[in-house]
Design a protein around this ligand. Structure first.
Ligand SMILES: Nc1ncnc2c1ncn2[C@@H]1O[C@H](COP(=O)(O)OP(=O)(O)OP(=O)(O)O)[C@@H](O)[C@H]1O
Length: 353
């Protein structure tokens, strides 16, 4: 029988993915990575529901303690990023470093299994001409998680199955009810698991970074107000500045060295280009000339037309057709051709003038 390891977080998506594969005749093994203590689906509470699902399906359940790896690669990465005045995106990093590679390694080395599955909403196809696996958007565009998966390698894509890639979320819940899964009516998890377990990003960061009062200035250096730590701000933020002004003001820069938050009107928060580092070309090999694509600069932003200019050392320059609002260093830029993820990377801080 075909063996497959399913990553179980204790949520409805991964439970249903496991049930679908089990029903298709796969010999399914549940695997939960213990990432944090506390509430939430990646936490100790999620393990209990994952264990229940494995009992229900009559499949083995393995738990791997990954708390140290999560602390080093996600928590420390976030804290140092926010301290440096960027807004890091933990999820793509978590998928690459904490979830997919370790799960595949565990499946291969400890269980002798070469396929893993997760409840992600995305699709993988294989192009026989190029010999490459292609990562694609999910059929359910509202749940599509391909943005968070741009950093997966060909080796990982070769070993991964996404049973929910063709499903709508409503269908997943219906399948979960049909199988009587305990998790069928579990509420949606938040986009960011750390918010679920800590209340808010602010509460999470306040545990690690001490408040430090500083000035809020405009682009000419005029002092407009006070802040209590640059880590509380993100590029494009409008709310919570505490400044009365004739027109709405947005955060347009963060200067951790001078401990300053720089604000400006909406037009000053627009950019026509940016550079991106740590680029991974997913579905195609790195081109040697500029290509046209559609880029998403945040998880929930709309993909917009762009020219992607390859640079040396796994970097690219993105030149947008129209100026874009709130290009945020630390977030991922992911570029697509239709529903195929071509590549992605981390938006860099603009070079000082
Ligand atoms: N701690 C974990 N251990 C093993 N697999 C995990 C873990 N966390 C997430 N996954 C896998 O990654 C997928 C996507 O995780 P994400 O955190 O985005 O949750 P989700 O979309 O709400 O899914 P779910 O409803 O299964 O929690 C999950 O469906 C699961 O297969």
């Amino acid at each position: 029988m075909n063996k497959i390891v399913v990553g179980l977080s204790g949520g409805v998506d991964s439970s249903t993915a496991a049930a679908i594969l089990h029903n298709q005749g796969y010999d399914v093994v549940g695997l939960t990575l213990w990432l944090m203590k506390g509430k939430g689906q990646c936490c100790s509470e999620g393990m209990v529901d994952a264990a229940y699902i494995c009992e229900q399906l009559g499949i083995p359940h393995h738990i791997v303690d990954m708390r140290e790896v999560f602390q080093t690669h996600i928590i420390d990465y976030l804290v140092s990023g926010y301290s440096d005045g960027i807004t890091p995106l933990p999820c793509s990093q978590c998928n690459k470093t904490v979830k997919f590679s370790p799960m595949l390694q565990y499946a291969r080395e400890k269980l002798g299994v070469d396929k893993i599955a997760t409840g992600h909403y995305a699709r993988i196809t294989h192009d026989p001409t190029s010999g490459r696996y292609q990562l694609r958007r999910a059929v359910d565009r509202n749940k599509d998680q391909s943005y968070f998966l741009y950093d997966l390698t060909q080796d990982v894509l070769a070993g991964v199955v996404f049973p929910l890639g063709e499903k709508l979320k409503a269908e997943t819940r219906q399948i979960a009810s049909e199988y009587n899964l305990k998790t069928a009516d579990k509420p949606e998890s938040q986009d960011l698991c750390l918010i679920e377990s800590h209340g808010s990003m602010r509460e999470f960061l306040d545990r690690y970074i001490a408040p430090k009062k500083g000035e809020i200035i405009d682009a000419t250096g005029k002092v407009l107000g006070q802040h209590d730590g640059v880590h509380h701000y993100t590029i494009g933020q409008r709310k919570g500045l505490g400044i009365a002004a004739a027109e709405p003001l947005y955060v347009i820069g963060l200067d951790p060295v001078m401990n300053r938050v720089i604000v400006g009107d909406r037009t000053t928060a627009n950019q026509i280009e940016c550079t991106v580092g740590r680029v991974n070309w997913v579905s195609i090999s790195e081109p040697n000339a500029p290509i046209r694509a559609q880029v998403q600069v945040r998880y929930r932003s709309t993909a917009v037309d762009v020219t992607v200019v390859p640079l040396a050392n796994s970097r690219v320059k993105l030149v947008f057709d129209e100026p874009q609002f709130s290009i945020t260093p630390g977030q991922a830029a992911v570029w697509y051709d239709g529903d195929v993820v071509l590549g992605g990377g981390i938006i860099e801080k603009p070079a000082p003038n």
